[in-house]
Write a protein that binds this ligand. Sequence first.
Ligand code: TRP
Length: 337
Amino acid sequence: MKSRLFSGVQPTGNLHIGNYLGALKNFVRLQSSYESIFCIVDLHAITIYQEPVQLRAKNREIAGLFLAAGIDPKLSSIIVQSQVAAHAELAWMLTCVTPIGWLYRMTQFKAKSETIREKSDTQDSIGDGLLQYPVLMAADILLYQAKVVPVGDDQAQHRELTRDIAQRFTSLYGETFVMPETSLPSVGARIMGLDEPDKKMSKSATGAGHAVALLDEPSLIKKKIMRATTDSNPAVDFDTMGPGVANLLAIYQAFDECSDDTMRERFAGMRYGDLKKTVAEKTIEHIEPFQKRYREMMADPAYLDGILKAGAERVQPIAAATVQLVKERMGLYTASR
Ligand code: TRP
């Protein structure tokens, strides 16, 4: 029996090469070793206001990007969170065992509520959902009794909290959940912002030259990479290079999958203009066929809907069994047998 793997991606912002090299590529690599569920977490997305038409389109876009990246719907289930009602159902039950102080302590909650407060935009308020966000994430994971939860380091605290919530549930109601593991089976590349190489590349950053989106035109990809921040050296020096140059090299290496030795041979002494051109070419070489697959996927809406429906149907029994068990443990109503 394979262990179960669960991960989620929010249908917000534009997925970029950092998401591809850090997460998607990793998902593809892991999918044959685990029984994998990849979830498009639209219920998480609405913790911050989303324009409905856009959100609906984003759900499909992410599904298309998953498929284009090589997630194989025969091996893995791709689902949209709101398709499976049990996510929200279990989240409520877990909310009731989660001390509110744990949630106020979450770094992401603090950061997001701070941003909203600063913007004081009328459409955005610090909704209760923002506080409950990690509980819903715990529900995603525990619902499927997932053992392996690949996430970036920004989500590691939420994964830890999931364990705490599970433990607390156990102490109140008895053994119920598989405990998710803390460590990753393998870690994808950590790609930094092109304009700020000391910050992880982000979907929500606003700088025009910050990220290369997976759906950017090749000419734009080139332009963004050519403008990437480097340092005051004229050419690649592996011993003294700054984070910008290291990041460009990391992008190249993650696409090419070559060894450190090969990297040194290819790039030592290369002038930055040539380095950028080479990295841009490598990126486009990988992204162009990816975009072609994406467009093929999106040209057939019925195919995409079919994949999502099949995914939901496959995971539904697992979700239902967990909810049933949790209800029994908690004394909630279940028909007498
Ligand atoms: N919060 C995660 C993120 O923003 C997405 C997510 C939701 C998730 N539920 C999950 C990731 C469960 C892993 C497991 O990246």
